[in-house]
Design a protein around this ligand. Structure first.
Ligand SMILES: C[S@@+](CC[C@H](N)C(=O)[O-])C[C@H]1O[C@@H](n2cnc3c(N)ncnc32)[C@H](O)[C@@H]1O
Length: 215
């Protein structure tokens, strides 16, 4: 898969989405977000949410979690900050600009790294996955909700055909699951522990990747 997007273009695309994002992508991804949060909180309280966007997931974390959210888009983050303030979300420790491909956090500093509907929007997904693995502690988990494209058939053809349009809107429709399995195969410190379909339409999955405990 070639990188068809640039970081600046993605940030601009989501600055444009910000005013209507929750309306368009709120309810449709809700079940996936709740499942990802449940999985993250089972691992530990220190949670980094990459691509936190408008912070739509933040009110669903429990009070005992300690959440940091990063995103490329200033306008999305402004919505997140407003949400945190208005709803008094005292479990949110920081909301900051940050690039999934170059995270500004110490190695092994989070119990769980959550990326919801983000990896297919990142220009270089495997670079982001490397960063998720770096900041996740041994024994922790990377929890991803992700688009998964059909390899072939009518849906696969449509997803490939839509790529020039959707990549300008800030996401890929053509995003094979092998991106994750191939990445896991390149590393000896992570393992795929779960992949299960989540709504809507069976086009998305919840993926859990564990960082192995240090020997
Ligand atoms: C489809 S939205 C998902 C937002 C939110 N996680 C949700 O559940 O609705 C993708 C988000 O990823 C962010 N994003 C894309 N590439 C990124 C990168 N390299 N680093 C950080 N955030 C990124 C976008 O700005 C956008 O807010």
């Amino acid at each position: 898969m070639t990188a068809v997007m640039t970081t600046d273009a993605v940030a601009t695309a989501y600055d444009r989405w910000a005013p209507v994002y929750d309306l368009v992508f709120g309810p449709v991804f809700r079940q996936g977000r709740l499942a990802a949060i449940r999985a993250a909180e089972a691992v530990g309280p220190r949670i980094l949410e990459v691509g936190v966007g408008t912070g739509i997931s933040l009110p669903h974390y429990s009070q005992g979690s300690l959440i940091t959210g990063v995103d490329l888009s200033d306008d999305m983050l402004e919505k997140a900050r407003t949400r945190v303030r208005r709803q008094g979300l005292s479990n949110v420790q920081a909301i900051r600009v940050g690039d999934a491909e170059a995270l500004d956090f110490a190695t092994s500093s989070y119990d769980a790294v959550v990326a919801q509907y983000v990896v297919s929007a990142v220009p270089n997904p495997t670079r982001a996955l490397d960063e998720f693995a770096r900041v996740c502690r041994p024994g922790g988990e990377i929890i991803i909700t992700t688009r998964v494209s059909a390899d072939k058939g009518f849906r696969g053809g449509v997803e490939k055909a839509l790529m020039p349009i959707t990549s300008r809107l800030g996401f890929r429709t053509d995003f094979p699951f092998t991106l994750y399995t191939d990445w896991v195969a390149t590393r000896d410190d992570v393992e795929l522990v779960e992949s299960r379909p989540i709504p809507p339409l069976g086009h998305f999955s919840l993926v859990r990747i564990a960082k192995k405990d240090a020997a």
